[in-house]
Design a binder for this molecule. Structure first.
Ligand code: K1U
Ligand code: ZN
Length: 167
C-alpha cells in the first residue's frame, strides 16, 4: 500500500490544470490504487490526482460507509446539470475548514473507468457534490475560492501558520 502526500492549500501546485489521460494502462491503474489507499486512509470521500501532485484527469470517490464502493472517473466531463443545491463541503487539502458551497443539484457525467471503458452516470446528493468538487481540483480550483475574499484570506493565514508550526 502506498500512501501519497496530499498538497495543502495554498500550495501553488493545487492551481495547475490537469491534462487528459491518453491511455488507461497499468501506470494509471497504479495511480488509482495509490489514490484510493490515500483517500481511505485520510479519511475522505473523494480525491483528485491534482491533490497528490499528479496532473492527469483522474478522480476517485467512495461515499459508502463500508468503503467498498470505489468509483473511478478518468477524463470526466459534465454533460448535463440541473437545479441548485447548497452543501457543507470539506477538503483534504484544506484541513479543518468546512463551509457551504452552492452547486448544481444533479449532474450527468461521462468518463472512462479503470478498464478504459466509457460510461455515463447521473448523480445527485453527496455524489453530485463530490464529483463537482473533485472536477474543480482538476481545473486548479479549490472550494475556498467560492467563499468571500475575507474568508479566503483568513483560511490562508490560518493554514500557512499551521504548516509553519508543523515543520
Ligand atoms: O477533495 C477532497 O479533498 C475530498 C473531500 C470531498 C468532499 C467532501 C464533502 C463535500 C465535498 C467534497 C473530502 O473527502 S473532505 C472529508 C470528508 O468530507 C469526510 C471524511 C470522512 C468521512 C466522511 C466525509
Ligand atoms: Zn478537495
Amino acid at each position: 500500500m502506498a500512501l501519497l502526500a496530499i498538497l495543502q492549500y495554498p500550495d501553488p501546485r493545487l492551481y495547475k490544470v490537469a491534462a487528459a489521460v491518453t491511455a488507461v494502462n497499468d501506470d494509471i491503474r497504479r495511480l488509482i490504487k495509490d489514490m484510493s489507499d490515500t483517500m481511505y486512509a485520510a479519511p475522505g470521500v473523494g480525491l483528485a490526482a491534482t491533490q497528490v501532485d499528479d496532473h492527469r484527469r483522474v478522480i476517485v470517490i467512495d461515499i459508502s460507509d463500508t468503503h467498498d464502493k470505489l468509483q473511478v472517473f478518468i477524463n470526466p466531463e459534465i454533460i448535463e446539470s440541473s437545479g441548485v443545491a447548497t452543501c457543507e463541503e470539506g477538503c483534504l487539502s484544506v484541513p479543518g475548514i468546512f463551509d457551504k458551497v452552492e452547486r448544481a443539484e444533479q449532474v450527468k457525467v461521462r468518463a472512462l473507468n479503470e478498464k478504459g471503458e466509457r460510461f455515463e452516470l447521473t448523480a445527485s446528493g453527496l455524489l453530485a457534490v463530490c464529483i463537482q468538487h473533485e472536477m474543480d481540483h482538476l481545473r486548479g480550483k479549490v472550494f475556498v475560492e467560492y467563499l468571500s475574499p475575507l474568508k479566503q484570506g483568513r483560511i490562508k493565514t490560518k493554514l500557512v501558520k499551521a504548516q509553519k508550526t508543523e515543520r
